[in-house]
Design a protein around this ligand. Structure first.
Ligand SMILES: [Zn+2]
Length: 661
């Protein structure tokens, strides 16, 4: 606490003058400007492509065409993934008249009012639409595939990837959409021709089935794109990274390695998944009450581990959460999970079962809103009421942005008296480790660089800091200084057999998507931020056209600004002020000018009394003969409704497939 005197509140500050001075109007305008700048800053962090960007890009494209500077070179363009972890990954590879895209993801970490996630801006891709020959996917996490319903209908081309990955891609479409699918079998080392490129998938371990590194043979040489990976020698499904094929592919000569940098700051290696098996089996075996476990819903190996442990402990398993059901359904259909007959029971049957005979696998381990575990922790779950003696095991860490809700869930659960074991606190909870990351740490990143011996190197999938660590690591592992390059979102790189260099920028940005899957213009988000800052005030005047007199007391509507009942004196003074102002100015100036002056006047008045600058909307209804024409609200709504895309509106059901830790 400090002794600093408090600023007077609205209630105890006396109005100082009946006519808001120009000084107050100016201060109100300055505050409004500051609020707008703050809103700009927030929306600019996810900025949309401006007309100026587009114009600059047209100039650059013409220049490139004139100088033929890209001829004989591979052009790689980053449209997402280079600003942070789990950030709408999308990279374009172009040579001559052919282009392929690797991954097209969404960014679930966007925290703007009413926004569910962001996708990339596709202005650049639309400019080379005629070249796009295929979309290649490394794996089925949402930050790699979530944008497909927005992109593929606009720029159609075949989708290429492993079986499970393409199954996930298909699930993103709300309605049946005719996808041309080309399935890559990593075990057969299938190679397929896409335009002038040859594509192969190499099996790799991560945290969702059927992950791939992508080998892209181009006219200038071989490129290896790692996607997300770690080098787990003992994954539960016994499908380790195909190190032999990786070595073969590299031995034939690797021009460029593009490797993920999520954990480029973390020393050592990620422990093998097998290390969890013992602690999970042990923990489940020693519980006597009901058990609830949550993990990333796409981490099918982890789900398998829990099912095996439940079966070993003589428990039946119920599955709770749409995301989990969606992933398990696909995994069962494609044979990626084995569930003994009679193991699964319905969540409704739990009431009849003995406490010691049930286990529930549920969503919510990442702190996702409305997930099953969150509803249980707040007592809002329709079928399950947690009680003392229950055990909750959280076998995952929160996704970026969900750390706070993850903590709140923990607090709520312990308040209920349940025994809580989490991946973050397992040492003090008294059990073995409950989670390992799906992303390679430095020793594994190093192993890939040393094994593949690339001529050139570009770190991908993280912010500049981690990519820089990875760049330095590559240089320490034999990549020649100057041959490891940092490229940001919106930048292009030109590569040939002998050189690699940055090649200017293309339009880059985000498109914001709401809960229904609709695009939301950034102006709308901008207004929402402003309204969230100081609220909104609407003043409604009914004016006699001839005299300029108000025919009724002005209506004043306030939302999020002040509590009207506590501010009656100020509002009554504002009504008097509005009457006076209308009489003074209505017949003196034309209608638009009147509205503008009225808004400034109200802004000045409110700022003088509250030091706040809400969005002010004056509405003027003119009645009677003569004078100006009747009119409506001053500020036309900018809330153009976003265009609905064929996206699965319940994208939240796949949030569990966003594993960035
Ligand atoms: Zn991933």
């Amino acid at each position: 606490m400090t002794d600093k005197p408090k600023k007077p509140t609205n209630q105890n500050r006396r109005p100082q003058s009946k006519n808001p001075s120009a000084r107050h109007a100016g201060a109100a305008a300055r505050t409004a400007r500051r609020n707008r700048e703050m809103a700009n800053k927030l929306t600019n962090a996810h900025r949309m492509v401006s007309d100026a960007d587009k114009a600059a890009f047209i100039v650059q494209t013409r220049k490139e065409a004139k100088t033929n500077s890209t001829a004989g070179k591979l052009k790689i363009t980053f449209l997402g993934g280079q600003n942070g972890i789990g950030e709408k990954n999308l990279i374009v590879f172009e040579y001559g008249d052919d282009a392929v895209v690797i991954d097209a993801g969404i960014d679930l970490s966007v925290e703007l009012p009413g926004i569910n996630y962001a996708i990339g801006d596709f202005t650049y891709l639309e400019s080379i639409k005629h070249k796009v020959k295929g979309y290649i996917f490394t794996h089925g996490h949402m930050d790699h595939i979530g944008a497909v319903p927005y992109l593929i209908p606009k720029i159609p081309a075949p989708v290429i990837g492993t079986q499970f990955t393409l199954g996930m891609v298909e699930k993103q479409f709300e309605t049946e959409f005719e996808l041309e699918k080309i399935v890559l079998n990593s075990d057969n080392h299938d190679r397929i021709k896409v335009g002038c490129f040859m594509v192969e998938s190499i099996r790799v371990t991560h945290s969702i089935p059927d992950c791939s590194m992508i080998v892209l043979d181009t006219p200038v040489g071989r490129v290896l794109h790692t996607g997300d990976f770690r080098l787990d020698p003992e994954p539960l499904d016994r499908m380790p990274t195909d190190m032999d094929r990786l070595k073969q592919v590299a031995d034939e000569g690797l021009l460029l390695l593009m490797s993920e940098s999520t954990y480029a700051q973390a020393p050592g290696r990620v422990p093998t998944e097998h290390t969890l098996k013992e602690s999970i089996h042990d923990l489940i075996a020693r519980q006597s009450g009901r058990i609830f476990v949550s993990c990333f819903s796409s981490n099918i190996n982890r789900v398998q581990m829990f099912i095996d442990a439940a079966v070993a402990a003589g428990r039946k398993v119920a599955i709770d959460g749409r995301s989990l059901l969606a992933h398990i359904e696909l995994a069962v259909k494609l044979g990626y999970i084995k569930i003994p007959r009679g193991t699964i029971v319905s969540i409704r049957d739990l009431e009849r079962a003995e406490n010691s005979q049930v286990m529930v696998i549920c969503t919510g381990g990442q702190g996702e809103e409305n997930s099953a575990l969150v509803r249980m922790s707040t007592g809002e779950h329709q079928h399950i009421k947690l009680k003392a003696g229950d055990t909750v095991i959280v076998s995952s860490t929160p996704i970026p942005g969900n750390e706070v809700s993850y903590e709140v869930i923990g607090n709520n659960l312990t308040s209920m008296g349940v025994n809580l074991y989490t991946a973050k606190t397992y040492e003090v909870d008294g059990c073995g480790p409950l989670h390992v990351s799906g992303h390679a740490k430095r020793e594994e990143l190093k192993e890939v660089i040393e094994l593949t011996k690339p001529k050139f190197f570009i770190p991908i999938y993280a912010g500049n800091q981690f990519r820089k660590y990875h760049q330095q690591l590559a240089e320490s592992c034999g990549v020649k200084k100057g041959n490891a390059l940092l490229a940001a979102n919106g930048e292009s790189v030109l590569v040939d057999e002998n050189s690699m260099k940055l090649n200017g920028r293309v339009p880059y940005g985000s498109q914001l998507i709401d809960q229904t899957g609709a695009l939301v213009p950034d102006l709308v988000v901008h207004d929402r931020i402003l309204m969230g800052t100081d609220g909104i005030v609407v003043v409604v005047l009914t004016i006699d056209r001839k005299s300029g007199q108000l025919l009724s007391s002005p209506d004043i509507i306030s939302r999020g600004f002040v509590y009207m009942r506590d501010s009656e004196d100020m509002m009554s003074e504002l009504r008097t002020e509005l009457r006076r102002f209308a009489l003074r100015r209505y017949n003196k100036v034309e209608i638009n000018r009147f509205k503008q002056e009225l808004r400034d006047h109200v802004n000045g008045f409110l700022f003088k009394h509250t030091d706040r600058s809400p969005i002010t909307i004056p509405v003027v209804n003119a009645v009677g003969q003569g004078g100006k024409s009747a009119q409506v609200a001053t500020i036309q709504s900018r809330n153009t409704v976003g265009k609905h895309m064929p996206v699965n509106p319940d994208v939240s059901q796949f949030k569990g497939s966003y594993d960035v830790r």
